[in-house]
Structures are given as structure tokens and as C-alpha cells.
Design a protein around this ligand. Sequence first.
Ligand code: GAL
Length: 450
Amino acid sequence: MKSNIQDTPLNKQLFGEDFIWGISTAAVQIEGAHDADGKGESIWDVFTQKKGKILNGHHHHIATDFYNRYQSDIDLIKQLNIPNFRFSISWSRILPDGTGEVNQAGIDYYNRVINYCIELGIEPWLTLYHWDLPHALEQQGGWTNRAIVDWFTEYVAVCANAFGDRVKHWMVMNEPSVFTGAGYFLGIHAPGRKGIKNFLPAIHHAVLCIAAGARTLRGILPDSEIGTTFSCSYIEPYSAKPRDVAAAIRVDALLNRLFIEPILGLGYPAELTVLAGMDKYILPGDMDSVKFDFDFIGLQNYTREIVEHSFFTPYIHASLVKAEKRKVPITAMGWEVYPASIYHILKKYDLYPQIRKVYLTESGAAFKDEVVDDLVDDPKRVEYLQQYLQQVLKAKNEGCKVEGYFIWTLTDNFEWAEGYHPRFGIIYVDFETQQRIIKSSGLWYAGLLR
Ligand code: GAL
């Protein structure tokens, strides 16, 4: 009989004994306590105060109050049988001005979180930069100032020395294409800067920092596992017309190749004419120093994008054909539910021989969740996760080097410019009372991991 992997019920054994199962979060989205215990201002503290930047005027000052509730939230991770917890460090809690004086209270806080994970047998995975630059550094140009390589290296060294005796898995950066694109080109994320003159230096300095941060970690912690994460979406052309196909190639280079290829030693993608002005930021020796042999690459996938030629879109001459317009199933973010996306992404990155190992460090979906009789039933999220995982399994069985999967995310939280409206958690949060309710998807994950 012909066997079809899609029909195999999911079971964690199918992924192998050593497969890493986890859950991901980020400091700004959950911690709250934005000015507690000596924390400095971050670019998100400033950005959320500006009129019209965040949907419904929401801000992250309390978020899910993880800063104060970390114990009960980590208890929930334990209750859901999740063995690995990925979270990020807020740079301005550790170094309130970005460089110089260390805030011991910030170090103490992350020590409490790390120690509590370890006490419960949960492995901590640290992201060093999930988009919250200290504001003091932004005032000096932020990611557009090459001095950021020194600032970032200093910060990474402080974290490695403070936490490296217990933390074995590190991610240097989260999704550089999003924080440079949304924050320094489109102006829709902090710090709200726009234009190519901000975007190009931010790209190159982020690439330099990824390698410099990784080298710093490896120097201080030679035995730790070092990675960095990238967002990636499977890209397809809207039609077979040559100009749509060419547009899709450009968008793929922008979204999926721009940051990873220089780090793998392949340089910036030549297809991107938008990078024409980049040369003035690249100093002699840079393209050698941006290479780093990572232990793993974190890939984060949510959807696919369909691309068409667009004469009027500057630089890239391409635009995305919205999922809503295509009449396909979508999430509360308007993103297409397309499970095969994660399969194609794994196949795509498998073609780089330089990548040793891949963990899927984020995957998940926002849906409109509601509390009914004290319960939150979210069958669409369960189905989404099951279908995406089936595709991960298919890629793994075909030999792709994927060795872990982290759901985005633990609790509903502050979804950047979208505020609290999109709910991504496998645990529901009532933002008025901070009450948590484990959703059906949380119970499903607990069952899978039992
Ligand atoms: C990622 C990001 C997360 C989260 C998620 C859902 O791009 O790393 O912080 O917001 O998307 O939108």
C-alpha cells in the first residue's frame, strides 16, 4: 500500500530522540516593567509613546508582566512538558546607556529566570538581540553608526560572562531583515526611521554585528552552541510571466538571502540592485570578517508570499499579492496558512552546504481566540501546528538537517505595531487581569511532548 506521510498521526518519536522541542518569546513582548530596577530606555519605549505608531495606542509597559510573573509562567512551561525555553535579553536592562555601566539588577533578574528554568529542568535558550536597542545608542545613530559593532560586542561579552556558566544555547540576533526593514526603511517599527540612507548602513552593520557577536561568544564560551535566527517565507511568482518570475527572485533575495549569504561567505545577493549604494559602508576586510561558522541557524517561518512585478514600487519593483485577495485561508495577521511553506524553506536552506544544522526557532499563528465557559478552544491553531509539523517531518525524512522546533509563542503578548490584537499564544492572557488560560493548542502540545 502506498504510504502517505500526511496521514501519519503526529507523534514526537517520529522526529527522533534528539529533536529539540521548545517555545519562543521576546523581552519587549512579555516582560513589561519597562522602567523597573534601573532599566534604561529602549527604542521601543520611545516609539510606543509616539502618536499613531501602535494600533489602538497600545504599549508594552506591562505586557504580560513576565518580569514579575516569570515563575508562574515557567511553571506553565513545565506543566506543558516543554523542555526548551527561548527568550531574549533586553540590552537596556543590562547596560542602561547601551555601553559603560552595568546594571546589576538587570543581571540579577535574568539570573533568576535562568536559574528557575534550570531548577525545573527546562533548558534556557538566549536571544541577545530581539529588536530593543537602548535609546541612548539610537541617539548616536543606532544601527546606522558603525560604532554599533563595538557597542554590541561589549554587550555580548557582558551577557556571555554573566550567564554563560549555565546557558549553553545562544542566538545572536532575531530576524535582522525585520528590524532593519521595518525599523530603518519603512519606519513602521522602532526607531521609525525611513529611507535607503538608513536601511543600507543598518543592514551592513547588523551583518557585521552578527559575526562579531558570535565570535565574542565563541571566544568566551568555546563549548556553547551558537546560532542566529532569520525570518523566511517561501516565495512564488503570481504568474509564469518572466517579469513576475524575476520579481519573485528579487523578493526572495531580499527576504531570504540578504543576511544569511554574507555570513555564509557568499557576499550580498547580486540580484539586489537596491544595494547599489552599499559599497560606501563596506570597508576593506569586511566581507571576510562577516563570515562565521555557526553551530546552527534558526529559521522562522509563518507563511508564503506570492509576488508580482510592480513598476511603481521603488528599488525592488515587486509587490506582494495579499492573501486576502487570493481567497486563501488566513490568520489574524492576514498571513496565508500554507503548511508546505515550511517544507520548501527547509529544502531551500538545505542547499547551503555551509549550514550545519537548522532549528525552527519560531512557527505559529494568530487567531481570534475567545473565552467560553473559562476555556479557550483554538482548533485552527492546533490544525496549523499539526500541518506545519507534518511538513517539517516530511522534510526531515527526506534528509533535511532540521533538528528542532519552537512554537511562537507561550502566551498572547504585545505584537509590536499591532499591539495586543493578534493572539499568538498557546496560553490565553486576559490583559486586564493577567489571568492565563491554557488553550486547546497548549494542551495539544503538552500531549505531543508527554
Ligand atoms: C517574528 C518575531 C516575533 C513575533 C512573530 C509573530 O517575526 O520574531 O517577535 O512577533 O514574528 O509576528
